[in-house]
Ligand binder design. Structure first.
Ligand SMILES: [Zn+2]
Ligand SMILES: [Zn+2]
Length: 329
């Protein structure tokens, strides 16, 4: 099968011909049709996440069709459309797993990081961590739901019942969260790279009530802010944008250092929290909600062998919406 393979930091992904994986008893073989390109993939390729499996097939926003099932598989059947997310395995026994916080399991393994992912024609996935996908969106349009949407959903839930929500970094996740926020009767405030008027227009089209530069204060104090951009300097800015009692949610898996700031920015019960990974319950809740909204995704399509171009375009901020690889050709 064709796949794009990561050999280590400093080398671009390489197009390879790999043996098709065989599903174990609890696994399904998925014929991948589309795989989203997530900022986490960039962090892996750039060496900011330290210990990927090597060589690695990246990709954790996977949509495809079950081609084969292992001997113990009961949840999924051949021919079914499925989504494979970042969370690929947990121990199911630790205190986190037993209390609905499997996203924090120390034994968790992640798709496209510890386990080969979706930048290829096939992958194997544990049936217990894959999601059955309803119709509605095309495979390419559904792919960004599997991480950008899911992590965005978890971040929005961490923002509590905030009515005015700031979104710092208007990429794949924020373009979905803006739609969820509007659906829930919240007001979204989009902060982009200074001067990126295209992204600001895009944010208003998706329901943001205001869009502006990230170094500009919002027109009124916010109840919460979600920082999607991997830029630590945004955290003190977001703290200044939220009202007393407001919360800043850091949604990325990696961020540059947060610079020092006066205690006054945090004072009056403002909070900074982070979001890590996802639980399977997040996935079920979000995919149900996404159908009701209904969430529409804006996709920039790339051929599988152009994965390096997609990563470079994401790094440069040239993508509006989500980059998605067309994997099964
Ligand atoms: Zn566990
Ligand atoms: Zn991701």
């Amino acid at each position: 099968m064709r796949a794009m393979v990561f050999d280590g930091v400093g080398t671009p992904l390489r197009l390879a011909d790999l043996p098709r994986p065989e599903p174990g008893p609890e696994q399904v073989l998925v014929a991948v049709s589309a795989c989203g390109v997530c900022r986490t993939d960039l962090h892996i390729v750039d060496g900011e996440l330290a210990h990927p499996k090597l060589p690695l097939v990246p990709g954790h926003e996977v949509v495809g069709t079950v081609a084969e099932v292992g001997s113990s598989v009961v949840r999924l059947r051949a021919g079914q459309r499925v989504g494979v997310p970042w969370l690929g395995h947990t121990c199911r026994e630790c205190r986190f797993c037993r209390t609905g916080r499997e996203n924090l399991c120390a034994g968790a393994r992640f798709t496209g990081y510890d386990i080969d992912g979706g930048y290829g024609a096939y992958l194997v996935a544990d049936q217990r961590y894959a999601f059955a996908l309803a119709d509605g969106l095309s495979d390419a349009e559904a792919a960004p739901l599997l991480c950008a949407g899911l992590i965005g959903y978890r971040a929005l839930r961490k923002a509590g019942d905030a009515a005015k929500v700031g979104l710092y970094g208007f990429g794949a996740a924020a373009h979905i969260v803006a739609q969820l926020a509007r659906f829930e009767g919240r007001e979204g405030f989009a902060f982009t790279r200074p001067g990126d008027s295209q992204a600001q227009t895009f944010a208003r089209e998706l329901g943001a009530v205001w869009a502006g530069d990230s170094d500009t204060p919002p027109p009124e104090p916010l109840d919460a802010a979600i920082v999607f951009a991997p830029v630590g300097a945004l955290v003190p800015l977001a703290l200044q944008a939220v009202a007393p009692g407001g919360r800043v949610v850091c949604a990325g898996i990696h961020m540059s250092d947060i610079p020092g700031f006066p205690y006054e920015y945090l004072w009056r019960e403002r909070e900074i929290v982070s979001v890590a990974n996802l639980t399977r319950q997040d996935g079920e809740e979000f995919l149900t909600l996404a159908l009701r909204v209904p969430v529409r995704t804006t996709v920039a399509p790339y051929a599988l062998e152009d994965a390096n171009t997609a990563l470079n375009d994401l790094r440069a901020g040239r993508i509006h919406g989500a980059a998605v690889l067309n994997c099964h050709v």
